[in-house]
Design a protein around this ligand. Structure first.
Ligand code: F6R
Length: 611
């Protein structure tokens, strides 16, 4: 999603702005731009496409100043084009604005501006807000006018603003979209996330909703929307939490797929310190509260939603608590029946997903305790939650989620074993066996990573068709959905995930000799595996091309599947952590064969901070 960077420096800020924009590339964007004060008016350079296009413009027409703002845009209002890219300026070039979020009442504001004779060059809500701020700040104190303009705006924003009246000052404001302020030896910064400015800051302030900041050579001042000075909290930047490089892998995504055994092992070591007892330090939930939970509602979006579906099965099986799941974008607009003893769990890698955030605000409004399973310390979600389990996967730069997902599954497993024990649903001996099996999962993932070449070959055979079908049952049904999502996200091959038992109710019509059908049929303890084999026979009978994910040594798939990817034996409830890694690699190598931009798939954003 859009990225913001801004700086007040001691030397030319343009190289810092460009570096910041590069570090924001992983969020997804389709155009970019920078603006700085010039000798007379503000000056900007903007370009569609990758940052290289903007760099070219800056080479042929350089900018230089000790203060400025930059932006990577992910189109919402208006096509990706130079005229729609940020920064936007008023007609007199007195004011330049970069914006993340959506101004919901922009048409209303636009009508008033049109009546006042203002002309528009773009289709964006940001340009409307720019003209509105320009009008409100035309006379009098800039900060007062800026506050008044923001008071008129409805929706979500993170803003970076410069104006001609104070050529060494950057203003920032936040409502609903994340924004941080940082300081370091080279100067003061604003950014939409820490990685953008990581090499240059040692401390940051996470601006709160409704806060504004003024950055100048004398320092940083923070105000509330009514103008009251705020005492903001400086937080030390933990390099380990944010540092990221591809470490010799051809993409971040491949590196992150390979990091999974280490991430999960690390998570287990952190939360099971002596290897036997689960200790979740940020859960901060007394046994009494845990015993009193009558219902759980899990809310999330995208891949994190499939983690939620997995979490539901696990929690229901081992704790006896009834669980529902919902997508953030659906939950927030329905009338959910939640009460004080409903624990609402939000799952999010970024902790900034707009729909997930809105959902937990609703839940808190209804008096429900909120537990977040989240990867980013200091994120909006974490700050809004009563209870937290950090997924500790480190920065995930590939847009398609991999290690954060398996870390979410692990977090659910740990929460479940802990809750099952506290609520007396899991006997100590059973709990210990489950925990030991969970601790063995990183070895299973290692094994799958060792079969990468084989998986690449399988992907190479099946990537050409227009579509693929993914089937799974029970714990592996959410993995079928996740496998299909990974495939379509990065390879752009259409893919459907289905509960295998549903196939007869519609998707079976798709099956022909061209359709790859990826069947997750690892062994289970009961009849589910047999059912899965029957579903595969149905596919086979209609000529479908089966790719099976099967347990090592299981011969039932022989003769049925065109290709088999073998995975090590694991208890069904933990097998998704292993099986999904095979699906990630399958999608990865299909994408590689199709020549897509794997780390930055088209149209996608890493952190979806708008509805
Ligand atoms: C898919 C993917 C997305 C995210 C979704 C939620 O690979 O990454 O579907 O899972 O946008 O994002 P978070 O987890 O940041 O709330």
């Amino acid at each position: 999603m859009c990225g913001i960077v801004g700086m007040v420096g001691r030397e030319d800020v343009v190289p810092y702005l460009m570096e910041g924009l590069k570090r924001l590339e992983y969020r997804g964007y389709d155009s970019a731009g920078v603006a700085v004060p010039g000798p007379e008016e503000l000056q900007s350079r903007r370009a569609v496409g990758r940052l290289a296009a903007l760099e070219q413009k800056l080479l042929s027409s350089p900018l230089s100043a000790t203060c400025g703002i930059g932006h990577t845009r992910w189109a919402t209002h208006g096509e990706p084009s130079e005229r729609n890219s940020h920064p936007h300026m008023d007609a007199a070039k007195n004011l330049a604005v970069v914006h993340n979020g959506i101004i919901e009442n922009y048409l209303e504001l636009k009508d008033t501006l049109i009546e006042a004779g203002v002309g528009f060059l773009s289709d964006t809500d940001t340009e409307v807000l720019t003209h509105h701020i320009a009008r409100k700040t035309a006379d009098g104190d800039f900060l007062d006018g800026f506050r008044a303009a923001l008071g008129d705006a409805r929706g979500a924003y993170a803003l970076g603003v410069i104006h001609r009246g104070e050529p060494g000052v950057v203003y920032a404001a936040r409502l609903g979209s994340p924004l941080i302020v940082g300081r370091g030896p080279a100067g003061l910064f604003i950014a939409s996330d820490v990685p953008a400015i990581l090499p240059h800051v040692d401390q940051v302030i996470y601006l709160k909703d409704g806060e504004l900041a003024r950055l100048s050579e004398t320092g940083i001042e923070v105000f509330s929307l009514d103008g009251t000075p705020q005492s903001a909290e400086w937080v030390k930047v933990d390099l380990e939490d944010h540092a990221a490089d591809a470490a010799g892998f051809e993409t971040f995504m491949l590196k992150e797929i390979h990091e999974q055994p280490r991430v999960i092992r690390g998570l287990l070591e952190k939360y099971v310190p002596g290897g036997k007892e689960i200790h979740l330090p940020d859960l901060s939930m007394s046994d009494e509260v845990l015993r009193g939970i009558e219902r759980i509602m899990i809310v999330s979006c995208g891949t994190a939603y499939y983690a939620a579906m997995y979490g539901r099965l696990l929690i229901e099986k081992f704790t006896g608590i009834p669980v529902e799941t919902d997508l953030g974008s659906e939950f927030r607009y329905r009338d959910p029946k939640i009460a004080k003893n409903t624990l609402v769990i939000a799952v999010s890698q970024s902790g900034e997903t707009a729909d997930t955030l809105a959902s937990i605000k609703m839940a808190r409004g209804a008096g429900c305790p909120v537990l977040s399973i989240c990867n980013v310390a200091g994120s909006s979600l974490v700050r809004e939650s009563d209870h937290i389990i950090y997924t500790r996967a480190g920065p995930e730069i590939g847009v398609a989620s991999t290690k954060a997902f398996t870390a979410q599954l692990t977090a659910f497993a740990l929460f479940t074993l802990h809750a099952g024990k506290v609520r007396g649903e899991l006997r100590a001996a059973e709990n210990a066996v489950l925990l030991r099996e969970l601790q063995d999962i990183p070895n299973g993932i290692h094994y799958v990573l060792g079969r990468e070449d084989e998986i690449r070959e399988v992907a190479g055979k099946h990537h050409e068709g227009p579509s693929a079908l993914y089937l799974g049952r029970r714990f592996n049904y959410p993995m079928a959905l996740e496998g299909a999502l990974k495939n379509k996200e990065i390879s752009y091959q259409h893919a459907e995930g289905y509960a295998a038992g549903e196939m007869k109710h519609g998707p079976i019509a798709l099956i022909n000799e061209y359709l790859p059908v990826i069947c997750i049929c690892t062994e289970t303890e009961d009849e589910v595996a047999e059912k899965m084999i029957s579903n595969m026979r149905e596919v086979d009978a209609r000529g479908g091309r089966i790719i099976a994910i099967a347990t090592q040594g299981d011969t039932r798939v022989d003769g049925l599947a065109e290709d088999v990817i073998h995975v090590p034996r694991a208890r069904e409830c933990f097998s998704p952590l292993i099986n999904v890694v095979a699906l990630q690699l399958l999608a990865y190598y299909a994408a590689q064969a199709r020549g897509t931009d794997i780390d930055k798939p088209r149209n996608l954003a890493k952190s979806v901070t708008v509805e």
